[in-house]
Design a protein around this ligand. Structure first.
Ligand SMILES: [Zn+2]
Length: 127
């Protein structure tokens, strides 16, 4: 069973919906939503609005924390690889590494296709 967690949207409690209302008649208040799972902000916000509020409040600080890029990122033939699968009938699927800059195809096995380290996070082929 998963634990309940709070929406991380800094203004979540300010949106006036029935499910946010808590407390007795003489002490009504709205609270941040609490759920076992959320769809937004990598599972941390209850709505696109709360996700956008989080980014408006914390996005610049997150960039400062993790660092701005100071050079352009570059896609070349060396880091333009991805795995592809041609779906065929009766288990005859074909697997290959595909370079989407040069259109080169290299046949690979299903085991290589399933191996997350065949292609690095930045698109380099390791075989
Ligand atoms: Zn929220």
């Amino acid at each position: 069973m998963s634990q309940l967690k709070y929406c991380q949207g800094p203004k979540c409690h300010t949106y006036d919906t029935q499910d946010r209302k808590k407390g007795p008649k003489d002490n009504k208040r709205n609270e941040t939503r609490r759920r076992s799972s959320f769809y937004y902000l990598n599972g941390n916000a209850c709505s696109m609005t709360c996700q956008a509020d989080w980014f408006d409040t914390y996005g610049s600080r997150a960039l400062q924390h993790f660092g701005y890029i100071s050079q352009p990122r570059v896609l070349t033939k060396d880091n333009a690889w991805r795995v592809q699968r041609d779906w065929q009938a009766e288990g005859n699927d074909r697997y290959y590494a595909y370079n989407h800059l040069t259109a080169e195809r290299r046949d690979i096995t299903q085991q290589q296709y399933d191996n997350d380290s065949l292609i690095t996070d930045d698109g380099r082929l390791t075989i």
